[in-house]
Structures are given as C-alpha cells and as structure tokens.
Design a protein. Structure first.
Length: 114
C-alpha cells in the first residue's frame, strides 16, 4: 500500500484484545471503499466481527474458512465474511502478529469460487 497522505481516512487502532486489520493488496483497499459506498452498515458489522473474532468456532453463516486450496495462504488460514448477498471479504489470519490481512474485498462474488 502507498503511504498515507493528506485527506486519507485514518483507521481506528485495535483495542486491547482485538485484532489489527490491514490491507494485503491495493485491490482489497479499493474494494473496501466500494463496499463502504454500497453497504456501509454491513461493512461496519463485518469490521467489528472480524476484529474481535476472525476465526469463530463453530463458523457462522456469514463467516467461515474457505475450502480446499483457497483455505490456506502461506501456511495461514484464509477466511471469508459475507458482507452482502454478493459482497465478500477474504482475509488471512496471522495469530503470531494478531493481525488480519484483508486480501480481497468486493461488492461482487469472487469468480474463483464459482
């Protein structure tokens, strides 16, 4: 990601006990903005859930680990949060750093799972 500049949104820091969320790709940052435009309330809910419990057990209807080859990236678990009927967030959970890396965010369903 490029360095922050004047006019950029400032993300809130992680509270004690919560996970830090970071963008893993520029495309994910752009997709996050698109989700914010179309489903701000749902995106806020997703943000709150992911930063407090990125790997729920048992998985929920909206939040679950991806299957097969998509379920792991660099030996880390990859999860999905369904923001809307089509909108998705894919993220990788790094427990050692207590960081969640947002790798995909879009108002559209990812084609790789079709």
């Amino acid at each position: 990601m490029s360095p922050a500049k004047k006019g950029d949104r400032v993300a809130p820091p992680a509270q004690p006990g919560q996970w830090r969320l970071k963008f893993g790709t520029n495309e994910a940052a752009k997709g996050w903005e698109d989700l914010e435009q179309q489903a701000a309330s749902n995106l806020w809910d997703a943000y709150e859930v992911i930063r407090t419990d990125p790997t729920p057990f048992p998985p929920t209807k909206r939040q679950h680990r991806l299957k097969g080859a998509l379920g792991t990236v660099d030996d880390l678990e990859q999860w999905q949060y369904e923001v809307t009927a089509g909108g998705r967030i894919w993220y990788v959970v790094d427990p050692a750093r207590k960081t969640v890396w947002i790798r995909y965010a879009s108002t559209k369903h990812p084609k790789t799972t079709e």
